[in-house]
Design a protein around this ligand. Structure first.
Ligand code: NAI
Length: 391
């Protein structure tokens, strides 16, 4: 069975991600079956899509007729029975390995033998989820970014057992939905959630050390680094709880590698319920009338901050390339399209000069005597061989 524009798509879990994925699939012309075990969540998703599309009509992006056909293609179902007609099912339920395994165990008896089964997990092992299936070659990770309808990147994550044909078909289908796909090895954090760790972790560490306050670090990363948002304001937006959990998972799953060690400061914020914008307070205060602290606009300090975080990010990107987590090209694409970095990190490293990046890391490594700052073998090799990261 080849996936094509007539394929029926199933989406399970109508939270933040499932709702967006259903929107993307129906907009691309597919019949979509949507299910959530919680009927209220299903209803909420239905209303939220109607609201979203009404706004898009107001903005002139779609006509009423187009929206009517898109919404008509979505069927909100109250059980998995109807999923026997699906050619691809994308699961976006709670991030819990046991719940996901149980779900796929149940799903496999409902779907037809050619149906491709996918998980939108952001941090769990796809291989482990696939282990409950009889036909393991048809299970794959399809990792959308939030908000799914707007973010262009989708990480395609084959498990050890996934068939090559499944990877090809899924990549082609997701591209036909207007998305940019990259292929990532089934390893903790895949590409983006692994490489982006120091953007937050190194910023929090500098704050803990008293190098600068959050407002100054955010200012430096925006104004000097060219990033859309700084690490403190961005994690306040994402939710300190969500960002901390990803950090801790990646650290634990990578056998407590000090490079990924999470921040105690962020853990305390999470424990205190100071999640950021959604609770009214995180690193910043979002109460009515609260005054945002002013950054110390010291250019020299700002450059030091950016250079340290950037060196750590580039080191992560280099190590991901070294470990074949993805191709160099996909690594750069993932960071620009998945988290809006101003440039691909490997390309950026070429511009800065690999020897400069290595020198920055070695200085930190010497000063802290901490494996957190060990330079990637690939970076060292390239410097030794006087070559750039290439494509
Ligand atoms: P959410 O908590 O907003 O929604 C999950 C939904 O799944 C809920 O409506 C819940 O009722 C439903 N559900 C739970 N167990 C179920 C089951 N056994 N059968 C049917 N429905 C069930 O979660 P969210 O944020 O949408 O995340 C879903 C998945 O996507 C997770 O694996 C998460 O790691 C991943 N993800 C999340 C991103 C985000 O920014 N929120 C980004 C990328 C991936």
């Amino acid at each position: 069975m080849k996936l094509n524009k007539h394929s029926v798509i199933g989406v399970v879990g109508t939270g933040t991600m499932g709702t967006g994925i259903a929107q993307v699939a129906a907009t691309a012309g597919h019949s979509v079956l949507v299910y959530d075990k919680n009927n209220d969540a299903l209803l909420r998703a239905r209303h939220s899509l109607i609201k979203i599309f009404n706004r898009l009509i107001e903005k002139g992006k779609y006509s009423q007729g187009e929206v009517d056909s898109i919404l008509h293609r979505i069927q909100w179902v109250d059980g998995l029975g109807r999923f026997e007609s699906c050619d691809l099912v994308i699961e976006a339920i709670v991030e819990d390995i046991e719940v996901k395994k149980q779900f796929f165990h149940q799903l496999k008896s409902v779907t037809h033998d050619d149906c491709i089964l996918a998980t939108n997990t952001s941090s769990l092992s796809v291989a482990s989820i696939a282990s409950v299936l009889k036909f393991k070659h048809r299970m794959i990770g399809i990792h959308f970014f939030n908000p799914a309808a707007l973010m262009p990147l989708v990480e395609i994550v084959p498990a050890l057992t996934t068939g090559d044909e499944v990877v090809k078909q899924v990549s082609e289908l997701i591209k036909s939905w207007g998305k940019t796909t990259v292929v990532a090895k089934d390893t903790p954090g895949f590409i983006v959630n692994r490489i982006a760790r120091p953007f937050y972790g190194e910023a929090f560490k500098m704050y803990e050390e008293g190098v600068a306050d959050p407002a100054t670090i955010d200012w430096a990363m925006r104004e000097i680094g060219g990033f859309k948002m700084g690490p403190f304001e961005l994690t306040d937006l994402i939710g300190q709880d969500i960002n901390y959990t990803v950090s801790e998972t990646v650290w634990r799953e990578l056998y407590y590698d000090p490079r990924y060690k999470p921040s105690i400061t962020q853990k305390r914020l999470m424990e205190a319920g100071l999640f950021g914008q959604k609770t009214g307070k995180g690193f910043y205060d979002y109460a009515d009338g609260a005054v945002k602290p002013e950054p110390k606009k010291d250019k020299e300090l700002g450059k030091q901050i950016v250079n340290r975080i950037l060196a750590m990010l580039i080191n992560e990107a280099a190590d991901a390339a070294f470990l074949n987590i993805a191709s160099k090209k996909d690594i750069d694409t993932a960071m620009t399209k998945g988290v809006n970095y101003p440039k691909g990190l490997l390309k950026w490293a070429n511009e800065i000069g690999l020897e400069v990046v290595l020198e920055r890391l070695e200085k930190l490594y010497k000063e802290y005597n901490d494996d957190r700052y060990r330079p990637s073998v690939l970076l060292k090799r390239n410097v030794q061989e006087k070559t750039d990261f290439y494509y």
